[in-house]
Design a protein around this ligand. Sequence first.
Ligand SMILES: [Ca+2]
Ligand SMILES: [Ca+2]
Ligand SMILES: [Ca+2]
Ligand SMILES: [Ca+2]
Length: 340
Amino acid sequence: MKKLLYLSFSLLLFFSACQKADTDLTFEANKEMSKGPVGKVTICHSAGDGKVIVIQVNQNALAAHLAHGDVVPDSDGDGYTAIGACTGSADDCNDNDATINPGAEEICGDGTDNNCNGIIDENCGPNFKTFNIRNANGSIFAPWDADIILSENAAGDGFTFATPRGGQKVGYGTEFFTGYRVNTLESVNWNWLSVPADRGIIPYLNIWVTDGQGNLAVLSSENNYRGTDFGTRREWKIFEYGASQTDFSWLFDGRPASRDAAQYLVLNGRRITLSEISDRILINDPRWYPTAYVGSGAPRGGYGINLIWGDTQKNFVAPNGLQIGGLTVKLAGVNYSAIN
Ligand SMILES: [Ca+2]
Ligand SMILES: [Ca+2]
Ligand SMILES: [Ca+2]
Ligand SMILES: [Ca+2]
């Protein structure tokens, strides 16, 4: 009995010293109260000698224990205990978010390691696909010229294009980024595997965009944008625009914008960067676009971001045509590798 009295007194002192638990801890305690078993919470208790032991405490004592440095091993209640926890699975890489744990599915494009395997957005690369745009005779319909060589590589991160004639046009596009803010697009990069004789030519970059209010356009880069920073690059042309033929203020929350004689998009007298475009402007699915506004040289299909080769024969007549691999797109700080 004497021993029990001593223990009770010690516990009283212990908890008296912890009465000023903050509201967060009280919230934690309340959250833990809602879990079973009734009235008890499992914690990793710091024994004071460097050791940590698993104990169960009453819920109304939890806040005091937390204030002393004890921890709830599964603080978000998703069934997985925190990495380094004294009990349980000890593999929850974010124990403050119940949607993140080793049993969760990886969510693409959120920049988060949802399934705690140490890799952010694995198997989430954009699936680019090859497609034909135009024959040498200007037709935009199949059958395509039989002498066009167009094939994607096995890894799905690049393709080969070759042709003996001018006028033809092909593309490599993805719908993966549809719905993303265009001003978060940072760069597009790849490895040259075969370069035509005219090294100045690179595939055009076309980005379909909309404000969701009926305004549509294609933003395009035709010079050497490969690997450059779209947040500072000021060479963005505008094409295939719809109802608005001259006024591009919709891209900039009403600020006056226009297209200059060289087809570049201009804001307040200066060529724009992608980062200057309004948060409201999203990468778009071209299938929304009225056919009347789309020229015969524009990419079709459901590909909001496209790399376009074509027009001029000399661009593609190197012995192996033009080949790229290792295509990547960086958006909102995440580097996406193209995959199949
Ligand atoms: Ca957890
Ligand atoms: Ca978690
Ligand atoms: Ca992951
Ligand atoms: Ca993710």
